[in-house]
Design a protein around this ligand. Structure first.
Ligand SMILES: Nc1ncnc2c1ncn2[C@@H]1O[C@H](COP(=O)(O)OP(=O)(O)OP(=O)(O)O)[C@@H](O)[C@H]1O
Ligand SMILES: [Mg+2]
Length: 407
């Protein structure tokens, strides 16, 4: 039987906690085995507010994933996201060590380390230092300086930091679940692993992840992540608007959004009706799906216009020839793509999961993109601390090298 490595990931979202299990065989193929899920009780906007509930939810997601996949999970690659994430661009300079001026991998590592020594507030910790481009002496725009000759090596790096308290609480919750951490990874990076091709990150592409309580924006161009931003609104705000607008429960509003919602009122047949159950003894009544859409549309428009504002701050349109990719559960709402096309003067597409030889149909969705991306990240990076999972094969190391050059 072919040797396989089992890798697990945990996506702690604002509405759901998702555990994903994949296997990678020695012939370079990755398969999604299955996933387990639990509501993100105990967290608010991705930050732990109730440790016991959080631990319970993580345990449930992990146990479900273990049950459906027949595996035992003892370590995970965990995602980190939320309003507490900040990113800055930094610069590192070092003198090349060797007397013959050949640049070695060790010089590159020192340059990245120098970029890391930027002043970070005491309440933040660095999650990633992502090299973007290098300069050797006066030549800039170099992707991989190893083997080149020069006396001065500079790196432009993207530094992602998280609130120490938020990160620590995630560590603590996982510890209480007896899970060790292979990596803590910015969710945007994980998403790029499954949604973007190398040409997308080269040409310039923005990923918009419409989640429950937040919408994440990440911008990639010239081969690396360049900018990340968080908008404090998500698809749950849409649900709440429906509940208030139609005077119904949040549960019912959520159901109506998923079964009959639309981001564009003009695309909905006004004759199509939906039943709204009354609350507190009131009678059920029928409303037009057009009315439902006219509640949804302004909120989706607001979310996307806040994203557009962040995008404008981050890049020029000519740096985004790859256009926009929509993902997250919120992007599943019908006509979200069309609304975004109307609002952004650039090509928009819905994310499609790539990078696996097999994904079960029920997981092949933008709702699970972050979890799948985290698992693939875990499979292609050596664990930070030697965890219990098996050795990573040669091809994986090749991908890992490629990725460390990209990110
Ligand atoms: N088929 C669907 N149609 C419309 N909306 C949907 C659909 N499926 C899920 N959603 C919405 O997507 C939201 C959850 O998205 P997602 O699962 O990406 O969030 P999350 O990962 O928990 O949160 P975040 O990414 O903000 O941390 C919910 O508000 C849900 O109502
Ligand atoms: Mg999410």
């Amino acid at each position: 039987m072919a040797e396989e490595t089992i890798v697990a990931a945990l996506d702690i979202g604002t509405t759901k906690i998702e555990a994903v299990v994949i296997s990678v065989d020695e012939t370079e193929r990755a398969f999604v085995l299955g996933a387990g899920q639990a509501p993100a009780d105990g967290l608010r906007r991705g930050v732990v507010v109730d440790m016991d509930k959080t631990v319970k939810s993580i345990r449930k997601a992990i146990q479900d994933a273990e049950m459906v996949t027949g595996t035992t999970i003892d370590s995970v690659t965990v995602g980190i996201a939320g309003e507490h994430i900040r990113s800055i661009n930094s610069h590192g300079v070092v003198a090349v060590g060797r007397s013959d001026n050949e640049i070695l991998a060790a010089d590159v590592a020192r340059a990245i380390e120098a970029a890391r020594t930027v002043a970070i507030p005491v309440d933040r910790e660095i999650i990633h230092v992502i090299p973007q481009t290098y300069s050797v002496d006066d030549q800039s725009g170099i992707k991989d300086p190893v083997g080149m000759s020069g006396v001065r090596l500079e790196v432009e790096a993207h530094i992602v930091t998280a609130s120490i308290t938020s990160a620590k609480n995630i560590y603590r919750a996982l510890e209480r679940c007896d899970l060790s951490i292979d990596h803590m990874v910015l969710e945007s990076l994980a998403l790029s692993r499954v949604l973007l091709k190398e040409s997308d990150t080269e040409n310039g592409t923005a990923v918009i992840d419409i989640g429950g309580d937040i919408t994440n924006l990440s911008v990639f161009h010239d081969g690396a992540i360049r900018h990340t931003a968080v908008v404090s609104l998500g698809s749950r705000n849409v649900t709440n608007d429906i509940a208030i607008g139609l005077r119904t429960s949040v549960e019912q509003a959520e159901g109506m959004k998923i079964s009959h919602g639309s981001a564009l009122a003009s695309r909905v047949d006004p004759e199509e009706m939906i039943l709204v159950e009354g609350m507190a003894g009131r009678q059920a009544r029928e409303i037009s799906c057009n009315v439902l859409a006219s509640i949804i549309e302004p909120r989706m428009e607001e979310i996307l216009s806040l994203v557009a504002r962040e995008l404008k701050k981050a890049v020029r349109p000519d740096q985004l020839t790859g256009g926009l990719v929509l993902t997250g559960g919120g992007s599943l709402l019908p006509y979200t793509l069309e609304l975004a096309e109307q609002m952004f003067d650039m090509p928009v597409r819905l994310g499609t999961i790539d990078g696996f030889d097999h994904v079960p149909d029920d997981l092949n969705s933008n709702r699970y993109a972050a979890g799948l991306g985290l698992a693939l990240y875990g499979a292609t990076h050596e664990p930070a601390t030697q965890s219990k999972r098996g050795a990573v094969g040669g091809w994986l190391r090749k991908i890992e090298n490629w990725i460390s050059k990209q990110f």
